[in-house]
Write a protein of this length. Sequence first.
Length: 317
Amino acid sequence: MHSRKTNNSPSMIVSFSFLITLLVAVASFADEFSIPGTSVSLDAPDGFSVATGFSGLQNLEDGSSITVIELPVEAYEELALIFSDLDVAKAGFAQQGVSIERSGTIAVGGQIVPILMGSQPIPGGSVEKYMALFRGDTAVLISFNIFDAETITISTIERSLASVTLSSAPTLSEEVEQLPFSFASAAPFRIGDVLGGSSVLLTSFEGIDPTGLMPVVIIVRALAAVPAFDVKLVAQQLLRETQGFEEAEIASSEEVNFGGGAANYLEAVSEGRKIVQYLRVPANGIYVRLVAFGEIAEIDEVLSAVSEIARSVSVPE
């Protein structure tokens, strides 16, 4: 069985780059939810249920969600520095397309929990974001992503956060079991981390790679639908949003089979590094994506293993 992450986890470098994604009213609350694959339990407003595609809760009526991301406990201090400095938070989250407007704290149990409030533009509008950072066996980031701020207000969110309890952190194997897709790793890759219950990091090395040149594979299932009218265009857009490959030169692009259907495959290079990407966007728009990147020669050596992993990816219909 996989043990829980430690400070030797490669996610301490890769996770941060891959990650770094209100009026008083009375609302009724549902029963307490234990979020599968996490250490988090909380009371949520009526209308929320356990999500099937990520670690958290979802409101199927208006699209609002409550997401839970757990990182190694060592990440808490670094994240706390961001949460405690509004200017730093604004600058950092702006790179992810999130506009931070306010910060504060809330007492939960014996813990003073830092919070950030803001919004993120989406096609046709914006989503209100309310993020809280907890410390338990892991660093726990709970995000409320709210589409209807009149129904789910600040006071409602704070009541929900005040109910949070943290249990022992799940094992890596337990987190893998909760992923919304299945896959099989292939040497030299091994499971390094699970992020947000919707993606998995596979590394080709042990410990930490400070150079960022050793090959890694990330498989992710989207949290929200994207237009599926042009998969090749979506693939290129996702590539441009990948840190370090914003200006990458696309070397090849073709149609392949991946994740249970027709998909786009591309290869691109940027400043001595190479990325390969598989992307399938099914009819419901909830894409599944696999990327592998690293130094060009290193990636070329493991392309057969990357292809083997890609062939194993399966998404429940």
